[in-house]
Design a protein around this ligand. Sequence first.
Ligand code: 4NP
Length: 158
Amino acid sequence: MNKVVFVCLGNICRSPMAEFIMKALDQDGSLHIESRATSSWEHGNPVHQGTQKILRKYGVSFDSSKGSQQISQSDFEFFDLIVGMDESNVEDLLQVSAGRYDDKIKLFRPGGVPDPWYTGDFEETYNLVTAACQDWLQWIRDRPVSYTHLTLPTKRIV
Ligand code: 4NP
């Protein structure tokens, strides 16, 4: 269980913030962490200035060349954990999954993360995202092995 993708609507505010905070927390680099959008609305656009500003304020390094990317079918295959930043992101992910990847899809935190695209409150976003990323890191470390793709042997080996 080491490949994690955070997903929000536009992939310019919340999920890239979670991606870069999680990368900063994962000091030994044991996780593969990325972020995606449920929509194609911001395709190719850079991380929102509000997210960039708050990450700089708290000394979290980020990839300024990152562009918004919509989640793909191969992402559903590749990642072990697909974390929606709010309930509507989770609903959209479950709809695309159509039962195939439902076990991988989780809500980032109870109540989700309010969208700073609408609230303008990137400080609130930062606080909620940081606290929940710490919880996710612990949750993942408590489950070092992914059982999602393991199948039980059908033949007895003698
Ligand atoms: P995000 O915020 O999902 O946290 O990246 C948004 C970014 C863009 C839009 C909405 C939310 N938009 O409507 O383009």
